[in-house]
Ligand binder design. Structure first.
Ligand code: ADP
Ligand code: MG
Length: 236
């Protein structure tokens, strides 16, 4: 039996009141298992980012629980939540969210607490394909794919419990996007990293171990892929 890392229990997120009320999440419950790649699939506006932001401790639910290793993070105070985000979560955004005034290496080092983090950061940048001079460049000097690699290194370097990716290929052309998916799949397969990827691109779901489809803030279906496709073979 796979070990549960994350338990999402009856999660609701409502915006507004009365006629203008939006149920971004309407009673969502599921588990995430250690070492799996889970894809959350659904059309724009179905609640994917809301869900990921709550799991990542960047937003709070209207009601419901998010338990990481049995601890409910929705009961955390600000300080605990900040530590949770720093220590337990790696977040990969559609538009990379790198700091423009820092080099690739400095962006990655930022996510580590220690002063002596340079070596580990360099190693991680090499792992994502940005060795040598690349790591000393600024985001504006890099392609979209390279910037996303920096953001992957930033998430990876801190040895997070879980990596959350919100439309990680959304800003990239198909070929570059596929390379990024290969890297993400490699990280799960070789390092046993747990990863949740949010996307509206259906073919991407074929590379996951499990796919949960969302619709209008609810879970529509859940499918286990007995044979996940290699990311390099995905076409869209
Ligand atoms: P997705 O990421 O799947 O596109 P979101 O989680 O961004 O969807 O949004 C889900 C729903 O919640 C949408 O109807 C969106 O308009 C609404 N929503 C998201 N954030 C807010 C907000 N801050 N205020 C009001 N409505 C919001
Ligand atoms: Mg979104």
């Amino acid at each position: 039996m796979a070990e549960k890392l994350l338990e999402i229990r009856n999660l609701k997120k409502y915006y507004g009141k009365g006629d203008s009320e939006v149920k971004a999440l309407d009673d969502v419950s599921f588990d995430v298992y250690k070492g799996e790649m889970l894809v959350l699939l659904g059309n724009s506006g179905c609640g994917k980012s809301t869900l990921l932001n709550i799991i990542g401790g960047m937003d709070s639910p209207t009601s419901g629980q998010v338990l990481l290793n049995g601890t409910d993070i929705t009961s955390y105070k600000d300080r605990e939540l900040t530590d949770y985000r720093k220590e337990k979560i790696g977040f990969i955004f559609q538009f990379y969210n790198l700091l423009p005034d820092l080099t690739a290496l400095e962006n990655v080092r930022m996510s580590l607490p220690k002063k002596d983090s340079e070596h580990l950061s360099e190693k991680t940048l090499e792992l994502v394909g940005l060795g040598d001079q690349k790591m000393h460049q600024y985001p504006s000097q890099m392609s979209g794919g390279e910037q996303q690699r920096v953001s992957i290194a930033r998430a990876l370097v801190k040895n997070a419990e879980i990596i959350l990716c919100d439309e990680p290929t959304g800003a990239l052309d198909d070929k570059t996007g596929r390379k990024i998916l290969e890297l993400l799949q490699d990280i799960v397969r070789k390092q046993g990293q747990t990863m949740v990827i949010v996307t509206h691109t259906t073919p991407i779901a074929s590379m996951a171990n499990r796919v949960i489809t969302l619709r209008d803030g609810k879970i529509q279906k859940e499918v286990v892929n007995e044979h996940p496709v290699d990311a390099k073979d995905i076409v869209w």
